[in-house]
Write a protein that binds this ligand. Structure first.
Ligand code: NAD
Ligand code: DAU
Length: 360
């Protein structure tokens, strides 16, 4: 690809989108970014305001399901690199409202692929489309099973994972059928700044700071392979600029951790960085609740290919990354206040945790 990249980031007001835009602008001074997001939830406005990107970034509020709008953005801004992140992303929400996930993740991906196909032509040699996906498409791993790699068969087990799997299949089919320069990435659990507190790590910090219980699903022994969002963004950039059309790369932190252990690490950091008024530990707020239906027990990712072919390696260890993340949330009071005041967020907490009985 040549210099002067003009990038489109879909889902640009989301957690990874915001971090990716900052990473891209800092990495290449000749690059400009257009981001699109539907801005479904009130908190995303607060996130965009807080991110305060420089003038090389333009935000457009738009729905990826609107193929005409996507095509116009690709044309008007002479986009030559797309990072497609827009999606419904929370497994628990997918259990409550699966249809929205199929619409956004499957049909929405179809529409953005069609828009890309319609403008692909004159600038073929310099164009790329990076479809950003998840390790959840591979399903769950047994305790001693080898980690997922690029050859692992898809076996999604939640509506979210199934809808992402459908999107991945479409992206790969478009690459082959229409000979489009599309790459796919599958990443493990991300954490870091701007993650919305419906996901485990920010929810635990959010509740702890409010003195509220920390709900751990089931026995808390499920394992996730945590990766700092900055390392994911670095991987996406390398995949888009060094990878070849049709390739897949997996990214993971190589730091498999049980949920209960992770929540304990967060509590210890909070005890140190924001001690409780009563002198007790935040760990006293942990309680077990009914498990997530179909809860995947273990994810682990083998990133050997990305390490070998892209020269990628995670730079941030889990302990250091969690410390940085807790510090970011402690300094993001106004952002958290905006979220707490969001009726939609409070409704979600009531929906997901309201009737959930405590266990053990
Ligand atoms: P997020 O929920 O924070 O952000 C997703 C963004 O997409 C939101 O801002 C949302 O408004 C936007 N969006 C949803 N529907 C849209 C539509 N119809 N049109 C335009 N925008 C729309 O999620 P995230 O964690 O930033 O995830 C981004 C991508 O990365 C997703 O595709 C996800 O599957 C993938 N991923 C996430 C992780 C993770 O751990 N967070 C790991 C691997 C892959
Ligand atoms: O693996 C990548 C995926 O990671 C991404 O594709 C998803 O978009 C992202 O949401 C994430 O999915 P998880 O379901 O693993 O993340 P979540 O933060 O929701 O949960 C992490 C673990 O913590 C999981 O085992 C469920 C558990 N959990 C979660 C919540 C919200 C709890 O025990 N209590 C909770 O309240």
């Amino acid at each position: 690809m040549r210099d002067g990249r003009r990038v489109l980031v879909t889902g640009g007001a989301g957690f990874i989108g915001l971090n990716l835009i900052a990473y891209l602008l800092a990495t290449d001074p000749d690059l400009s970014v257009v981001s699109v997001d539907i801005l479904k939830y009130g908190w995303q406005q607060a996130s965009l305001a807080r991110a305060a990107f420089p003038s090389r970034h333009t935000f457009v509020q738009a729905d990826i399901l609107n193929q005409g709008a996507m095509t116009q953005i690709l044309k008007d801004h002479h986009i030559n690199l797309v990072f497609h992140l827009a999606a419904e992303t929370h497994v628990d929400r997918s259990i409550h409202s699966p249809e929205e996930f199929v619409q956004t993740n499957v049909v929405g991906t179809l529409r953005i692929l069609e828009a890309f196909r319609s403008v692909y032509g004159e600038r073929r040699e310099e164009m790329r489309f990076c479809h950003v996906s998840t390790d959840e498409v591979f399903g769950t791993l047994g305790q001693d099973a080898p980690a997922f790699d690029e050859e692992t068969c898809y076996a999604p087990r939640s509506p979210y994972a199934a809808s992402k799997a459908g999107a991945d299949h479409l992206a790969r089919a478009y690459q082959v059928t229409y000979d489009l320069p599309i790459l796919v990435t599958n990443c493990s659990n991300n954490y870091g700044p701007f993650q919305y507190p419906e996901k485990l790590i920010p929810l635990m910090i959010f509740n702890a700071l409010a003195g509220k219980p920390l709900p751990v699903y089931g026995d808390g022994k499920q394992k996730r392979d945590w990766l700092h969002v900055g390392d994911h963004c670095a991987g996406l950039w390398l995949a888009a600029t060094r990878g070849l059309p049709g390739e897949t790369h997996l990214f993971g932190g190589g730091e498999e951790t049980e949920n209960l252990t992770l929540v304990g690490m967060l509590c210890r950091l909070l005890d140190e960085m924001r001690p409780r008024d009563d002198g007790g530990s935040y760990a006293g707020l942990i309680y077990h609740v009914a498990d997530r239906p179909g809860h995947d027990r273990r994810y682990a990712v083998d990133s050997s290919k990305a390490r070998r072919d892209l020269g990628w390696a995670p730079q941030m260890g889990l302990e250091e990354g969690l410390r940085e993340t807790v510090g970011w949330y402690l300094n993001a009071g106004d952002w958290l206040v905006a979220i707490a005041a969001d009726g939609g967020f409070q409704d979600w907490l009531a929906t997901n945790y309201g009737g959930r009985e405590a266990t053990a």
